[in-house]
Unconditional design. Structure first.
Length: 276
């Protein structure tokens, strides 16, 4: 960690990953530590509503994943680098604060899952709809890689929201009118490299056997079938993982109902009561 970390548990600090890339981490709150790993569409700021509900009870460490926000990117790309990034952050925090809870959403849930197999410093794992292994429609990746090469980032992001997350045109237009829309467009290149990783991912037998922390896998009852299938495959690959279905929610309950998600996290972590 660099010198930004210590005073008051607010602000940010950097952690150097195994390949030398600096991963930026944003800190708020008071209490037991939890690392938050965002998905493909935005940086750590997507968790601001969730952090607001968690920080009275927990110290939140929200990562900017490589290629996002204030973090570096590095040469080339593999998801295994992301596993190492998250594990490096966990270990840096644990050296000062003890074992940490680990939360990941969407692609970030896949990164958190892989990291949990690399470190012994995780006390709880909460994964919300990891997308690894999701099957993209034939030709989808190639079509949208060509669109991005031609400068059409909006086509890429709209396609992810409509084709994969199954949002309505009305919901997409609502997001398009929001001030965060440029951040979505800026993520188009990383979205596509992560989509290709998701599409080609295969769970190897025993690969996640080292995940020995209690693990809760969340899935929205209204999420798209491809994400439902990928989430259930992830749960089956982690020894002892428990699945919880979020009634009335899809892929984005951490944004649309952060109070619910914060309550699930704190309960599972045994804060304010016994772990569920």
């Amino acid at each position: 960690m660099d010198s930004h970390e210590a005073a008051g548990l607010a602000g940010s600090f950097g952690v150097q990953s195994t390949d030398g890339t600096t991963i930026r981490v944003w800190v708020q709150g008071k209490g037991p530590p939890i690392v938050l790993v965002h998905g493909s569409l935005r940086d750590h700021t997507i968790f601001e509503p969730l952090v607001a509900h968690l920080q009275p009870a927990m110290t939140t460490y929200a990562i900017d994943r490589r290629g996002f926000g204030a973090s570096g990117d590095g040469d080339g790309y593999t998801i295994e680098q992301e596993f190492e990034d998250v594990a490096a952050v966990v270990d840096a925090i644990a050296a000062r604060a003890g074992s940490v809870a680990l939360w990941g959403h969407s692609y970030g849930a896949g990164c958190a899952m892989g990291a949990a197999a690399l470190t012994n410093n995780v006390s709880r794992v909460i994964l919300y709809e990891p997308g690894l292994g999701i099957a993209y429609p034939p030709g989808w990746l190639e079509t949208h890689e060509e669109a991005l090469a031609g400068g059409d980032a909006e086509k890429v992001i709209r396609a992810v929201l409509i084709d994969i997350l199954e949002m309505s045109e009305e919901d997409v237009e609502t997001r398009r009118a929001a001030p965060q829309w440029p951040a979505y467009l800026n993520a188009a290149a990383t979205v596509l490299r992560e989509a290709r990783t998701e599409h080609t991912w295969v769970y190897r037998p025993g690969a996640l056997d080292r995940v020995d922390a209690p693990t809760l896998v969340l899935v929205g009852a209204e999420t798209s079938p491809p994400l439902m299938r990928s989430t259930l495959r992830a749960a089956a690959a982690i020894p002892g993982a428990r699945t919880q279905v979020l009634g009335g929610h899809g892929h984005l309950a951490c944004i649309t109902d952060p109070s619910l998600i914060a309550s699930i996290i704190t309960q599972f972590c045994g804060i304010g009561g016994a772990p569920s």
